[in-house]
Every structure is written in C-alpha cells, then in structure tokens.
Design a protein around this ligand. Structure first.
Ligand code: UDP
Length: 149
C-alpha cells in the first residue's frame, strides 16, 4: 500500500520557524501557518511568546558584533513572536524556499517575504519570518525556543 510505504520512507525532520514581531503585529500569523500546512508540513509545536534578551543572544549568537545585531535584537523584543516547529521530509530547505531570500524587496513573488514583506526603511530587518538553515541549527534552535520538546 503506497500510504504505508510513504509513511515508512518519511524520516522525521524538523525546523524552527519564527513569525517575527512584525508578522504577528500585522496579523500574518495565520497566513504563514496556512502556507506551512498547505505545503504539506505538519505543525509539531506552536507557541506565542515574548522573547528575552538571553534567548535572542543565544539564537543570534552568530551575528553578535555585526552592525545590525543590536537593532535586530531590539526589534525582536518589540512584541510577541510566534515560534513554530514544523515537521516533514525536506522541511529545513523547504521552509527556506517558502520564506524567500532575506531581503523582502528582492524576495521572489510567491514566497512569504516576497508576497507579504517590504522595506520599511530598515532594509532587511523586518522580513516576517525566521527558518533554520541546517539540521544542526534546527536542533540548536528548537532546544532554545522549546526546551523539553
Ligand atoms: N538582518 C538585518 N540586517 C542585515 C542582515 C540580516 O537586520 O543586514 C536580520 C534579518 O532579520 C535576518 C536576520 O538578521 O532575517 C538573520 O540574518 P541571516 O543572514 O541569518 O538571514 P536569514 O537566514 O533570516 O534569511
């Protein structure tokens, strides 16, 4: 039966998605969840929370010292974030593809950033979503945002 074979072939892969404070503020959480589900990925966990400076320092450790780092952290502290663990074969690159390139002005139409994002005078800071970029990042970030999951 194909369904059984498909289920056996599906290895568990998870990614951390964040609807950043601009996305939550603009009421786009549902639209972003809809796109993840419409692609065929499963929601393993969803939580609305206020990020803390400690959480953001760990999450964005690779960017510490860059000129955009502190403004980015301040933006991420400006309102609640919707944290999502999405699951499915290929979900790590698959969600990056759904999200589009970092700069929402350049992001292709059809993507979350391309369809819903723009430059608000802050270049690429407010680009609606985060998605883990590798299996190692996904494991690290899921542990940060969903301790105990
Ligand atoms: N960012 C920014 N200014 C920049 C580059 C990045 O404010 O010049 C922000 C932006 O919100 C981006 C995040 O920092 O999503 C992380 O940057 P990264 O290069 O990892 O982009 P991503 O993986 O999110 O596309």
């Amino acid at each position: 039966a194909p369904a059984v074979a498909d289920a056996l072939a599906e290895t568990i892969e998870r990614t951390l998605v964040l609807v950043k404070p601009d996305g939550v503020r603009r009421g786009l959480s549902g639209e972003i969840l809809r796109r993840i589900e419409a692609k065929g990925y499963t929601l393993a966990a969803v939580q609305l929370l206020d990020a803390t400076p400690e959480l953001l320092a760990a999450h964005y450790a690779e960017h510490e010292g860059k000129p955009f780092y502190q403004p980015l952290v301040d933006f991420m502290l400006s309102g609640p974030t919707l944290a999502i663990v999405a699951e499915g074969q290929g979900v790590i690159p698959g969600f990056r593809s759904l999200a589009g390139t970092t700069d929402p002005t350049a992001a292709a139409p059809g993507t979350i950033r391309g369809d819903l994002g723009r430059d608000w005078g802050l270049k690429v800071q407010q680009n609606l979503v985060h998605g883990s970029d590798s299996p190692e990042s996904a494991a690290r970030e899921i542990a940060l945002w969903f301790p105990g999951l």
